[in-house]
Design a binder for this molecule. Structure first.
Ligand SMILES: *[C@@H]1O[C@H](CO)[C@@H](O)[C@H](O)[C@H]1NC(C)=O
Ligand SMILES: *[C@@H]1O[C@H](CO)[C@@H](O)[C@H](O)[C@H]1NC(C)=O
Ligand SMILES: *[C@@H]1O[C@H](CO)[C@@H](O)[C@H](O)[C@H]1NC(C)=O
Ligand SMILES: *[C@@H]1O[C@H](CO)[C@@H](O)[C@H](O)[C@H]1NC(C)=O
Ligand SMILES: *[C@@H]1O[C@H](CO)[C@@H](O)[C@H](O)[C@H]1NC(C)=O
Ligand SMILES: *[C@@H]1O[C@H](CO)[C@@H](O)[C@H](O)[C@H]1NC(C)=O
Length: 496
């Protein structure tokens, strides 16, 4: 396990108080599955416990499941030497995984539901996982791993409170975490560590805000000078690096959402191609008057479509300050010739970029300013990404658009004083009563903007607060849970 991921895990475990001190009747699972019942018997996990797939129609050709099982074992042993004496009975020898479909391509809306049972009788004694897809089975293995711990007295892996019957499915298909590699470069290894930790919390979308005004770290073969805008020669990602990150994430059930944020937040593009700046002295937003600007966007999205296979691409569109457009004579002339003011030009820029993305097979996500400024003009399949306040989501879904909730007051991880209780309590469906409209909220996302962090502290800043969001806001908000939360003692209830 990568050190950063191990660190994140230990933080998470400390947060969850999983371990030998846990009371036998407490349920130390995070995020809490939809339905859990359990008994009181202690089991032991055989040191060389195996996995079987009897009854599966899935062949695991890509070794998604087998590798996940090995990672789960590494996680529960945490490098301890398992040298206790085999107790002879009550020993789990196997986990049988039944996956009902052969599909192994991760896609938006993949069925992530699973059932997990750990019985106390049977010869051999084995746990059973049932899932529609291998990605549901991955979630089940995370849950199983959380039932197990190394006991320092027996020196064995133990599993308390059996028998267990667990049924689970996520509340939302989109459970995201944003990382930002433009404000500080993040090494590939660091990004992989974040993906590992996302899987522990059953988050399933890594929103990669790759470039911004400060730097352009990724290789774009169609426009090879774009990454001249990186901080330095070495603070870059090759296309092969990006492919590697996407594959790594998919094997863990995590989709990668790539973002280019246009037309604002793009000053770094002009280091390699100064024609993208309105002028040498006024460098953003991107020059709306030149076709070259849209040719570059087309080149980037064409290259993206070969590696970022997620259904969505994010085109930003936030915080556009158009004063450079009116202060630059050739753009002002262009606006006049086209009978446009800067608001029209901003709208046209976003809509033209949307069309380019759609031509490459993507559905588009844009930050909420686009909706707030010209919502009725957006492509109907646009997903509006909230960040400003908490009242936009009801308007977005009432207008028939899909929505992702990331209200900054609660779900911005770079707000270092935002409390974990706030992350936990944030409700994506707040103010939306109509069930059809509720379904347009595809999920939520916590955002780790990169100004305040770098590779040295990103994990410690993301966790455990992102796990708190994964716990209730994104994972579970059944009426039972709402009751738990409304009780005075919810913090001490052991559930949260
Ligand atoms: C889990 O078990 C329930 C009840 O037996 C069943 O209805 C459901 O289809 C199962 N889910 C999965 C993912 O196997
Ligand atoms: C971009 O970088 C390459 C080397 O990586 C260099 O040869 C070229 O001059 C740079 N171009 C600009 C416009 O900075
Ligand atoms: C720019 O693109 C537009 C739309 O595709 C086209 O009508 C126009 O002729 C192009 N202008 C130049 C100078 O190529
Ligand atoms: C917009 O940009 C101009 C020129 O770069 C700057 O002077 C102005 O302060 C900016 N406005 C806002 C609201 O940031
Ligand atoms: C821009 O022009 C449109 C009409 O094309 C108008 O509705 C809008 O109010 C104008 N915006 C500004 C900021 O002048
Ligand atoms: C939604 O329901 C709540 C509670 O029943 C109510 O207070 C609120 O006004 C409703 N909101 C809308 C937009 O209908």
């Amino acid at each position: 396990m990568a050190p950063a991921a191990a660190l994140a895990l230990s933080l998470l475990l400390a947060f969850l108080a999983i371990g030998p001190c846990a009371a036998a009747d407490s349920i130390d699972l995070w995020p809490m599955p939809q339905s859990v019942s359990h008994g009181t018997q202690k089991l032991y996990v055989k040191k060389d416990i195996t996995m079987s797939m009897v009854g599966s129609t899935y062949s695991d050709e890509k070794s998604i499941l087998k590798d996940a099982f090995q990672r789960m074992l590494d996680l529960i042993t945490l490098n301890h030497v398992i040298d206790g004496i085999d107790p002879g009975s009550s020993v789990l020898t196997c986990v049988n995984v039944v996956v009902r479909t052969p599909e192994d391509e991760l896609s938006f809306g993949a069925d992530e539901s699973y059932n997990l049972t750990v019985p106390t009788t049977g010869d051999p004694l084995y746990a059973q996982i049932q899932a529609q897809t291998v990605f549901g089975a991955l979630q089940a293995l995370q849950t199983f791993g959380q039932l197990c711990y190394f006991d320092f007295t027996s020196r064995l892996i133990e599993l308390n409170s059996a028998p267990w019957i667990i049924t689970d499915r996520p509340r939302f298909p989109y459970r995201g975490l944003l990382i930002d590699t433009a404000r500080h470069y993040l090494p590939v290894k660091t990004i992989k560590g974040v993906i590992d930790a996302m899987a522990y919390s059953k988050l399933n979308v890594l929103h990669w805000h790759i470039v911004d005004e400060q730097s352009f770290p990724i290789e774009i073969p169609s426009y090879p000078k774009l990454w001249n805008g990186s901080y330095s020669y070495s603070e870059r990602y090759t296309m092969s690096d990006a492919i590697d990150i996407v594959r790594y994430a998919e094997k863990r059930g995590v989709n990668v959402l790539a973002e280019i944020d246009v037309p604002g937040h793009a000053r770094s593009w002009g280091i390699g191609y100064p024609a993208l700046w309105p002028s040498e002295s006024c460098r953003e937003p991107l020059d709306v008057s030149k076709n070259f600007t849209f040719e570059v966007i087309d080149g980037i999205l064409s290259d993206f479509s070969k590696i970022f296979k997620f259904k969505f691409v994010h085109l930003g569109g936030d915080e556009v300050n158009t004063s450079c457009w009116t202060r630059t004579p050739h753009i002002e002339g262009w606006l006049n010739n086209n009978h446009m003011n800067v608001s029209d030009a901003y709208r046209d820029f976003v809509l033209r970029s949307q069309k380019i993305a759609i031509s490459h097979g993507y559905d588009v996500i844009n930050w909420e300013e686009t909706f707030n400024s010209f919502g009725d003009k957006l492509d109907p399949k646009t997903v509006v990404h909230n960040w400003l306040g908490e009242d936009v989501a009801p308007k977005v879904v009432a207008a028939g658009h899909r929505c992702i909730v990331s209200n900054q007051d609660k779900w911005y991880l770079d707000h270092l004083d935002a409390s974990w209780e706030g992350f936990y309590m944030n409700e994506p469906l707040k103010g939306i009563n109509d069930t059809k409209q509720q379904q347009l909220v595809i999920g939520g996302e916590v955002c780790m903007w990169g100004e305040e962090i770098d590779a040295s502290d990103i994990q410690q800043t993301i966790w455990p607060r992102a796990a708190a969001a994964a716990g209730c806001g994104l994972r579970l908000r059944s009426s039972q849970m709402t009751q738990d939360l409304s009780r005075q003692d919810w913090r001490a209830s052991g559930v949260c």
